[in-house]
Write a protein that binds this ligand. Structure first.
Ligand SMILES: *Cc1c(COP(=O)(O)O)cnc(C)c1O
Length: 230
């Protein structure tokens, strides 16, 4: 049986190797350990092994886990990320509690996050649906500039960059064109809108090395760290 700490070590080593290939610094890539459906005890195990950033998809589960983990002594400060689609009526569980909300696409959600963050500026990313999959959220590539301009104008949130989730494939290389497209889109938006947009959230267990080669600053890795979800 492989432990969470062994898997974490393996993922970290693979991230470092991908950074070397891409001539990037490992410090510029954040591994978001996606702990959805796994218990707080697994979060603590990963944190003990060195993980600092954790990602959740379900608002209530996030709130419960933050409360649980907060009771554990002697852990450095953990950062939480909300990586799923967020309904407006769940924004209160997330706003002000997470370092980054990865998948925002509407001004209405951004305004609700700002309101619920109670005076703290909430960093957010714009979700982009490059393959036009109807089962997934996110704006189209064509709609990204309009959406980014609108989100950047909402007081109380800060648009930090873009996120994407390519169609599922067994072949990591299948994601490369989408990762390159997100990188290019970010460059265009930086030029056209004059926004800094330093963050690119892309890459999961199956394709995070390719994402790093394409410029990912945040990879969202669940299964490779915590094992399969039931
Ligand atoms: C579950 C999830 C992940 C992690 O997926 P793995 O394949 O387990 O690494 C990453 N991003 C999002 C948006 C997810 O929902």
């Amino acid at each position: 049986m492989t432990t969470i700490s062994e898997r974490w070590a393996k993922v970290s080593a693979r991230v470092d190797a991908a950074c070397r290939r891409a001539k990037r610094r490992p410090a510029d890539v954040t591994i978001v350990a996606v702990s959805k459906t796994h218990p707080a005890s697994s979060v603590l195990e990963a944190a003990a092994a060195g993980a600092t950033d954790f990602g959740e998809n379900y608002a209530q589960e996030l709130a419960d886990k933050i409360a649980n983990v907060a009771m554990a002594p002697d852990l450095g400060a953990l950062r939480w990320h909300y990586i799923g689609r967020l309904q407006r009526n769940k924004a209160r569980f997330v706003a002000g509690h997470v370092a980054l909300v990865h998948a925002v696409e509407t001004v209405e959600l951004a305004e609700e996050l700002a309101k619920r963050a109670a005076g703290v500026v909430q960093p957010i990313l714009l979700a982009v649906n490059l393959a036009g999959e109807t089962t997934k959220g996110g704006v189209t590539a064509e709609g990204a500039a309009t959406a980014a301009r609108a989100l950047a104008a909402v007081p109380g949130v800060r648009l930090d960059g873009l996120m994407t989730m390519p169609p599922y494939s067994d072949d990591p290389e299948a994601s490369r064109p989408q990762f390159e497209a997100l990188r290019d889109l970010r460059e265009r938006l930086v030029e056209d809108l004059g926004l800094p947009l330093p963050v690119l959230s892309m890459g999961m267990s199956g394709d995070f090395e390719v994402a790093i080669e394409c410029g990912a600053t945040h990879v969202r890795v669940g299964t490779a760290i915590f094992g399969t979800r039931s």
